[in-house]
Design a protein. Structure first.
Length: 264
């Protein structure tokens, strides 16, 4: 596990969608360690974020947890508005909220498909819209990182709606980056692979009958001997948010231990 520290985000106001657990919470902690002035984390159950808010405060950041169901566009955009109202701006955004159910091309229902699109594609679109409007109005640079998935390439057959939504977000990331490059707003994405999060544990138990010990067993089948670590991903997110990543924009980076397109 790596832990990024320093002053990469000193003075920045950071909004993390889906920031109350998993990769989002790890990104919030990394941002605080790197000097962020204020961090807003959103989720459907902000009550579980009280310990996280205390952690962020102890690290020196003003911290706020906000209830938000990003599937509702009004709530998603209201999170940006509330951040601006509280801290007078938003400098950085991490779209980490995600939704996954198991569905193939043949058995995915319209409702399941819409749920994936609502959280994984529509929400980032309108959160970015609201945040970029604030940045443009202030004529200030900004940075956004969208958390995608390696499934954006194809994904397993049982991840059809998930792959579709994440593939759409990859294209949206590049489109938005291109549109706002002269506004000095950098927008990048991470295609993350199999990662050890609370959500993944729930998915494995719910959909795949996994029991205690599944994480270690799965890790033994992987090149690194383990799944990805949220803190490592968080370090990369902060790097992309920060000036340390230079002029990079429109990049969708693979963060995984398999090489896409390669065959043995």
């Amino acid at each position: 596990m790596t832990v990024l520290a320093g002053n990469a985000l000193v003075g920045k106001v950071v909004l993390v969608s889906g920031g109350t657990q998993g990769i989002g919470a790890a990104a919030a902690r990394a941002a605080a360690r790197c000097g962020a002035e204020a961090i807003v984390v959103t989720g459907r159950r902000p009550e579980i974020a009280s310990d996280l808010v205390d952690e962020l405060s102890d690290l020196g950041a003003e911290a706020l947890a906000m209830r938000c169901d990003v599937a509702d566009v009004a709530q998603a955009q209201a999170a940006v508005a509330a951040t601006v109202a509280e801290f007078e701006r938003v400098d950085c955004v991490v779209n980490a909220a995600g939704f996954t159910e198991r569905g193939t091309l043949l058995d995915t229902t319209p409702e399941m498909f819409e749920n994936h699109v609502a959280v994984n594609l529509r929400a980032p679109f309108f959160i970015m819209q609201a945040a970029v409007r604030d940045m443009v109005a202030r004529r200030s640079p900004g940075s956004i990182v969208n958390v995608l998935s390696i499934s954006a390439f194809t994904g397993a057959p049982y991840l059809a709606p998930y792959a579709a939504s994440k593939g759409g977000l990859a294209s949206l990331t590049r489109n938005a980056a291109h549109a706002h490059r002269f506004d000095r707003i950098r927008i990048n994405g991470l295609n993350i692979g199999w990662t050890a999060t609370e959500g993944e544990d729930s998915v494995q138990r719910r959909f795949h009958g996994a029991g205690d010990g599944w994480l270690e067993e799965a890790g033994r089948r992987l090149p690194a001997g383990r799944l990805g670590d949220p803190d490592e991903i968080a370090d990369m997110i902060v790097f992309l948010l920060s000036d340390g990543s230079g002029i990079v924009t429109g990049a969708v980076l693979d963060w995984d231990q398999k090489v896409m397109g390669a065959e043995d």
